[in-house]
Unconditional design. Structure first.
Length: 94
């Protein structure tokens, strides 16, 4: 049974987006937990830095951090830059 976002990967519209969300359904809870534990242990990192620390891609971790934020488990605490040099939130446990 599929849970609702943010407890399960979400998508906005379109078949491709839905398929991508469904493909992450089994892996997302583990990645979300790993990201949360990393943020607890090493606060004030951007999503890209968390991804690097976990040896995952930013594309796998950024949505998990958004899910954690929606669950009120993490909050942003300052700004940094992501891999492309653009502004990004730094995260800490709520």
């Amino acid at each position: 049974m599929r849970h609702k976002y943010p407890h399960s990967p979400g998508y906005k519209e379109g078949e491709t987006s839905r398929e991508a969300a469904e493909s992450m359904e089994e892996r997302a809870p583990t990645l979300r937990q790993r990201a949360f534990e990393y943020i607890c242990r090493f606060p004030l990192h951007t999503a890209d830095e968390v991804a690097k620390g976990l040896k995952e891609t930013p594309y796998a971790i950024r949505p998990r951090i958004t899910e954690l934020r929606k669950m009120k488990m993490v909050v942003n605490d300052g700004r940094g830059k992501n891999k492309s040099g653009r502004p990004a939130h730094r995260w800490r446990a709520a």
